[in-house]
Ligand binder design. Structure first.
Ligand code: ATP
Ligand code: MG
Length: 365
């Protein structure tokens, strides 16, 4: 798929843009603070209705305005789509082919975009919450069922935690209601966990392949999923996972009541990136961590293609300057011709562009 026409109004410092993009490679070049990242972020927002940089949509509206508007025309192999997102201070609205969609979940997934920025190093180095957000955001955009179960899980978890707090304070006494909530939560948890296993298994395989291509090194990359209910394995079916989660809830019931919160489940899980079997979080160098993060994003491209038969857009923010020539060439080779790619840079010099036949260059000022 590719985005061929894009209109931006009042998005951060971008007051008005109306432009066409190349279906292959687009390069945004400009000095610092001109709006290159904002433009990538706007494309990402059109796809996912959320920013990779902030959870506060208000920040995205150009200072002094009341709304931001994004409109894009998307080519897919079977259909063409007109997408629109309107961000106001009260919330956002979305349209597909000029028909307003009541649910964001009906809209997300129409356009797929994978974004890679230097902050993605945090995926390896940062706290587990970031890796969970990564799974929820990325798997959610490619699988409507995942999006549904992940959001349902948050909802019921919130309900159960509230009830646990009431029990802890003595404001509620009925433990049967707690059992009902735990049972419901375990059922949804099993749906989330089994999908995480499935997607991570695929991701691990193609990330390992991408790592081999772009890192020009011999180490092997693998991704392991660590559910907080530790006896769950990748071979378990959804039914078995449900029983294991529920058992764990029952075993820790007294402690959960005392603490007033749910102690295990998808909201406490983590993923581990391993280089030659060793935890990259602890042992990998800065350069290796960067290559791992990039490989995961490239693997996501394969995952989207595997599940939807379409290649997503690839948005690369300030990535080229961080890679040496060999790795730059390897990266461009790996993606070339497959995905519509957007690259930001402050300088065209020092980058091995010769692999890209005819990139379209935009000067951002
Ligand atoms: P760099 O090369 O440093 O990464 P950039 O071109 O990627 O620069 P952006 O991150 O896109 O720069 O930011 C451009 C400018 O947008 C910044 O100066 C920032 O202050 C401004 N900006 C951010 N939010 C808003 C907003 N809501 N309204 C107006 N301007 C904003
Ligand atoms: Mg930037």
């Amino acid at each position: 798929m590719y985005l061929d026409h894009f209109i931006v109004q009042n998005y951060r410092n971008l007051e008005k843009i109306d432009t066409n993009f190349d279906s292959n490679v687009n390069i945004f070049i400009g000095k610092n603070a001109q709006g290159k990242t904002n433009l990538l972020e706007a494309i990402y927002f059109l796809a996912l209705t959320r920013s990779h940089r902030t959870s506060s949509d208000r920040e995205l509206i150009h200072f002094g305005n009341d709304y931001a508007n994004l409109m894009g025309h998307v080519h897919k192999s079977q259909v063409d789509l007109d997408l629109r997102v309107l961000i106001t201070k009260k919330g956002k609205k979305v349209w597909i082919n000029r028909v307003e969609q009541a649910k964001l979940s009906k809209y997300v997934g129409q356009l797929n975009a994978i974004l890679f920025s230097p902050e993605d190093l945090e995926l390896i180095k940062g706290a587990p919450a970031l890796r969970r957000r990564f799974m929820d955001q990325e798997f959610g955009q490619i699988n409507a069922e995942y999006l549904y179960f992940a959001s349902k899980y948050r909802q019921v978890l919130f309900q159960k935690n509230n009830y646990l707090k009431q029990l802890a304070k003595g404001q509620a006494k009925d433990q049967i209601f707690l059992d009902v909530l735990s049972d419901q939560l375990a059922g949804i948890a099993a749906e989330v966990i089994s999908r995480r296993f499935k997607f991570l298994r695929y991701l691990s395989h193609s990330a390992s392949d991408a790592y081999e291509h772009i890192s020009l090194a011999s180490e092997k990359l693998a991704i392991a999923y660590h559910p907080s209910v530790s006896n769950i394995t990748g071979d378990d079916n959804t039914e078995t996972i449900y029983h294991k989660v529920l058992n764990n809830f029952q075993k820790t019931k007294e402690m959960e009541i005392r603490k007033g919160t749910t102690l295990s489940g998808p909201h406490r899980d983590d993923i581990e990136f391993k280089l030659d079997g060793k935890d990259a979080h602890l042992y990998a160098s800065q350069g290796q961590q960067r290559s791992i993060a990039l490989s995961i994003k490239l693997a996501e491209i394969q995952l989207v293609h595997h599940l939807t038969d379409e290649y997503p857009l690839l948005l690369l923010d300030d990535v080229m300057s961080e890679l040496d020539h060999g790795r730059q060439r390897a990266l461009l080779n790996y993606i070339h011709g497959k995905t519509q790619t957007f690259i930001t840079t402050t300088d065209l010099e020092g980058i091995s562009w010769e692999i890209i036949k005819q990139p379209r260059i935009y000067h951002i000022q």
